[in-house]
Write a protein that binds this ligand. Sequence first.
Ligand SMILES: NC(=O)C1=CN([C@@H]2O[C@H](COP(=O)(O)OP(=O)(O)OC[C@H]3O[C@@H](n4cnc5c(N)ncnc54)[C@H](O)[C@@H]3O)[C@@H](O)[C@H]2O)[C@@H](O)CC1
Ligand SMILES: Nc1ncnc2c1ncn2[C@@H]1O[C@H](COP(=O)(O)OP(=O)(O)O)[C@@H](O)[C@H]1O
Ligand SMILES: [K+]
Length: 545
Amino acid sequence: MISAFTGTDVRAAEQPLLDPRSDGGAVLMQRAAHGLAAAIVSELRARGQRFAGSGVTVLAGKGNNGGDGLFAASFLARRGMRTTAVLTAGSAHTEALAAFTAAGGRVLILDSGSNAGSNAGNAEELAVLCAGDDVVIDAVLGTGARGGLRGAAAELVAALQELRPRLVVACDVPSGVDADTGEVHWPVLDAQLTVTFGGIKAGLLADPGEGCAGRVQLVPIGIESLLPAPVLRRFSTADLAALLPSPGRRAHKYSRGVLGVVAGSEKYAGAAVLSVHAAVVSGAGMVRYLGPAAVARQVLARTPEALWEGAGAEGANGSGGAWPGRVQAWLVGPGLDGAGQLENARDALAAALDGGQPAVVDAGALELLPDRCPPHWILTPHAGELSALLGRSEMPVTREDVESRPLHFVRLAAEHTGATVLLKGATTLVASPSGAVFSQSEGCPWMATAGSGDVLAGILGALLAQCAGPGMDDDGAFAALGVAPEDRWAALGAVAVSLHGLAGSAASGVSRARFDAGAGGGPVTALGIADAVSGVWAQIVADRL
Ligand SMILES: NC(=O)C1=CN([C@@H]2O[C@H](COP(=O)(O)OP(=O)(O)OC[C@H]3O[C@@H](n4cnc5c(N)ncnc54)[C@H](O)[C@@H]3O)[C@@H](O)[C@H]2O)[C@@H](O)CC1
Ligand SMILES: Nc1ncnc2c1ncn2[C@@H]1O[C@H](COP(=O)(O)OP(=O)(O)O)[C@@H](O)[C@H]1O
Ligand SMILES: [K+]
């Protein structure tokens, strides 16, 4: 499991080692700088590039982040790289600058123009110079930043971003990304690699910050045992192998877990087809579908394993009234339309509330929530649906607000509703009402296709049905990973997101990491994502022995 911390927590953990009577701070900086230089050397090697003779420019601010960058560049100079430093604030960390010049580095000063009494500074000119180098190290602002880049530094970075430098390596965090939250003060120079020190910063695992950071590499600096509990966690595929349920030897379809689904309508039949199919291929022992006869025919044509429980409230072509069969979990909401299906959705949510069963509450059913939900209900909005949900609670926010502060708003929604909230996106965040948050980002952008969210809802519903029994409270796998009992619904949400992302990436033929590095992949359909689940699942657990 990957753990992430706020920049503030990492700085607090460093404090005991910064006693001015010792040289603790200098030692930490040396470790950070060595790690940064080594990561750059490895990256150049992986790209098949010789580093001796190639050029690196460090954009260095006046704080310790700039210090890390300058020391790293001095190590690279000693290994034969041509090194240039652009001092973005006129001054720099004294010892680091001395080491850099002693190693033969060239120093340039970013000039805002007004300082020199002329109208034009040299930001544009320096941007062209930097873009010609093989590597740019962004060491302007780190965890000590207040707000984003301003003045000439902002001009330089904006111009450089336009010129698309070959390789940008961010020192600790891309300058302008809030290390605690992932919120971004533009402009930011997009990095292909971020080398972060002591602990992964939460802002590197939440959008929009994650989108600027590229691959994230952690360099331990000796403060790790002093860090508090993480504020954000991400499961690896190895964790998934331990967390995915598997049937006991004497399992039968009812013990495996039955999922009740209220989804789809004559207008949006596909949502029912997709969510039921995804639930069946994701291991539910049985899926009971409630909806109009015409939709049920389409559901059964694709997934004959499902059971039609009738049309429900409208009673048009079915048994009507209450659910005839027991379920362990519910999935309510994809593609709802019309009074009958809305009534079915209300009934299903009321039954879940009475029966204490977990539920996935998606799309149209998000409008039917009671004032307070139980934590074992997992709401699955995208940014637009989350802004509507908060709006209904007199917290007016736009979709853009949610997209620029997803970590803040997913936490707020979980706290406000009492439910677990899964906010979908390129990086998906899952917040427990306790405040714990999980972040997963295995999916590739080809998955931004209609119906993809219905498939996620089906996968999650199936996992809820399989795990809803006594296992969730005392389950060894969650406990072994240090997930507190109250956060296990959120953890299970994260497992579903990860499985969905891995299935989508497999269907597309490209992993997220490879896509980010420039590999293409191909278009996927929502059904294609569902069809890839079972193979991906088998592959994940194959190494469990
Ligand atoms: N404390 C330590 O000993 C260690 C710190 N480390 C590095 O130190 C960094 C934190 O260093 P600092 O606390 O010096 O902070 P930063 O280097 O992030 O920047 C703070 C400096 O920039 C100025 N500043 C803040 N916001 C600004 C803005 N929006 N525009 C322009 N200037 C701004 C501040 O006045 C301050 O001088 C970490 O990110 C990490 O890279 C690492 O070397 C590990 C050890
Ligand atoms: N750029 C992206 N990269 C990876 N996954 C994405 C991206 N955009 C969307 N997704 C995923 O695709 C799914 C879309 O869900 P949703 O918005 O509900 O679509 P629909 O309602 O059409 O099913 C979510 O699981 C989301 O996380
Ligand atoms: K930085």
